[in-house]
Design a protein around this ligand. Structure first.
Ligand code: GDP
Length: 609
């Protein structure tokens, strides 16, 4: 191939040779055209009022090989525009060409590799794509060396590096963020061409948007006979994700992870997006970053994969990572090779911590042991306070913060029973605003409230609104532990009214239900007068007589009243503890089935701990 591949945005301008047909006559009036920092060939053709083929031909004259979807830099596009008789001007600042990007905060230091996470619906090929990328880029000398899973890896393309987090999926992505670590610069959203946009695709996109992380769409499985790339593009457009070809600015690449096709194109486009983001870090300072994953190795002790976000990490450094600390004794890369240092955006497995930190913990380097201990103590105190503060992230406390002018946006996650309920509720909510604040629905969907919803609420300081939909047990526990407010409604009016009151700062503290105990029904006995009682075992907490209680079947509430009778063997008792078997009678209920869960709870003011 004579012509070189299109250089990503920001590459030096090619020497241009004007397109003979469009050469300007002397004195002809020159039209000016504004071009962004990076633009797809198809968009450039639109702007110049010509066909993409003409643009591609001109690019070839400039010595650049590019396809219709490829993004080219301003410098190259400007060359094309001049050849077509335009006077090019660069629009806006760098960084504005990519949708969903973070506001281009000026960053100091030297350019660093982007950190990329792969998101998308289950089975759409996230893991296969990660493998394909890794294998497509094994450096020749290292070919054949065994790669090992350390939670992140780096590939090199055009002598530039890209770091991939090896834990695909938006739950891991948001869980890290909920712990305070925002490590991802770009999210690849994988959509299988044969399956199209699915609920978790929508979730993934919402999670990336809530984190202000730009999206690059990889349409995967294009090798499949029933692949329909156009349908995916249309579905994306329908949900407001406009790809470049459709006049938007989201980069979209078609790949087959299985057949290893389109991988180079994908990597090049990632570099283009990274270029636009101008990611920088200062390698000449002590390292700081985040823990990607950690484990206890039987022979080597605590091992943590960390991602250096700024500075340079060196052997001998004293690291404080979450509640762990220690002097770094050794470091390895994802090929098990010893590292002496790790520069910005480099993942490294480190050895020497005294305990196992958690994924999402941030780390810092301190000059000596004394400072390590001081920092640990300070962090622990801050954690306690943060826990207290998080408990206050309820609708009423947000209402108070709104009226105090501290919060301008009320972040909501809306889950409904059926798809059809989303639009009307969302519309009513988004119409609400006061001078002080407005509503932002960061994610909506139908189905039960999941752990991933709770994580998103936690990471975005938002609350969850459920409309006629159950809460998954795991989500309920996580919300209780983390202090995330889940509000359930059966009537749209009440839902909208509460949010409206919160916006106006008028909401009175509501009561919330705190689960006290759970018992599983093992048998059902008829009992005179009482009808039927459940023979049950307490599986969690305690069950008390007269306590409010509900009966759950397959996660759904079938009855809600109170514990009318409680018996341990032949004795009536007032309370029964975990692991014990008992007979439970529920007021007004006789339809127990084996496997039902009896949940007892108390009501308390929402903002009390
Ligand atoms: P994940 O759940 O998103 O991580 O999906 P996986 O990577 O586990 O892939 C799910 C299934 O799709 C596996 O059977 C893969 O072999 C298959 N798959 C992944 N990518 C492709 C592809 O490009 N083409 C075809 N035909 N199958 C693929």
């Amino acid at each position: 191939m004579g012509a070189k591949k299109a250089e990503p945005a920001g590459a030096g301008a090619e020497k241009t040779r004007p397109a003979p047909a469009q050469r300007q006559a002397p004195g002809a009036k020159v039209k000016s055209v504004e071009l962004p920092e990076a633009i797809a060939v198809s968009n450039l053709a639109n702007v110049l009022g010509t066909s993409p083929i003409e643009v591609i031909k001109q690019l070839m004259r400039q010595g650049v090989m590019a396809n219709i979807n490829q993004v080219i830099s301003y410098e190259i596009a400007a060359g094309v525009a001049s050849a077509f008789g335009y006077e090019p001007k660069e629009t806006r600042r760098r960084g504005l060409a990519i949708a969903g990007k973070r506001p281009a905060a000026p960053q100091k230091g030297e350019l660093r590799p982007p950190v990329v996470t792969i998101l998308g619906h289950v089975d759409h090929g996230k893991t296969t794509l990660l493998d394909a990328i890794r294998q497509s880029n094994v450096v020749a000398t290292e070919a054949g060396s065994i790669t090992q899973h350390i939670g992140a890896y780096q590939v090199e393309t055009d002598s530039r590096k890209i770091t991939f987090l090896d834990t695909p999926g938006h739950e891991a992505f948001t869980a890290m963020r909920a712990r305070g670590a925002q490590v991802t610069d770009i999210a690849i959203v994988v959509v299988a061409a044969d399956d199209g946009v699915m609920p978790q695709t929508v979730e993934a996109i919402d999670h990336a948007k809530a984190a202000d992380v730009p999206i690059l769409v990889a349409i995967n499985k294009i090798d499949k006979p029933n692949a329909n790339i156009e349908r995916v593009k249309k579905q994306l457009a329908d949900m407001g994700v406009l790809i470049e070809e459709w006049g938007g600015d989201v980069v979209c690449v078609a790949v087959s992870a299985k057949k290893r096709e389109g991988i180079t194109d994908l990597l090049e486009n990632l570099l283009v997006v990274a270029e636009v983001l101008e990611l920088k870090a200062d390698p000449h300072r002590p390292a700081q970053g985040a823990v990607i994953e950690a484990r206890l190795d039987k022979s080597r002790g605590p091992l943590a994969t960390v991602l250096v976000q700024n500075g340079t990490l060196r052997i001998g450094d004293i690291m404080v990572a979450g509640n762990a600390w220690g002097r770094i004794r050794a470091m390895f890369n994802d090929r098990g090779k010893h590292l002496k240092k790790a520069e910005p955006a480099t993942p490294a497995e480190v050895l020497g911590l005294n305990s196992v930190p958690r994924a999402g913990d941030t780390f810092t380097i301190v000059p000596n042991e004394r400072q390590a201990k001081e920092l640990l103590q300070r962090q622990q105190e801050e954690q306690k306070q943060a826990l207290g503060a998080r408990r206050l992230a309820t609708l009423d406390s947000l209402a108070a913060q709104i009226s105090a002018g501290e919060v301008k946006e009320l972040n909501l996650i809306l889950k409904t029973d059926v798809q059809g309920s989303i639009e009307p509720i969302r519309d009513s909510l988004e119409r609400l605003h006061t001078e002080q604040a407005k509503v932002r629905v960061i994610h909506s969907g139908s189905g039960s409230i999941t752990e991933s919803d709770v994580l998103l609420a936690l990471a975005s300081k938002g609350i969850i609104i459920g409309f006629n939909t159950p809460i998954e047990p795991g989500a309920k526990r996580l919300a209780e532990v983390e202090g995330v407010d889940i509000r359930s409604y059966q009537v749209i009016y009440n839902l909208v009214d509460d949010v409206n009151k919160a916006l106006s700062g008028l909401l009175k503290p509501a009561t919330v239900e705190v689960v006290e105990g759970r018992a599983q029904v093992l048998a059902v006995f008829p009992v005179k007068k009482l009808g039927k009682v459940a023979g049950a075992r307490v599986v969690e907490g305690r069950v008390s007589r007269d306590s409010p209680a509900r009966v759950l079947r397959s996660g759904k509430v079938v009855h809600d009243s109170r514990v009318a009778s409680l018996k341990h063997y032949q004795e009536f008792v007032t309370e029964i503890g975990p692991g014990q078997e008992c007979g439970i009678g529920i007021e007004g209920f006789a339809d127990f089935e084996v496997g039902d869960i009896i949940e007892t709870y108390r009501r308390q003011q929402a903002s009390s701990p």
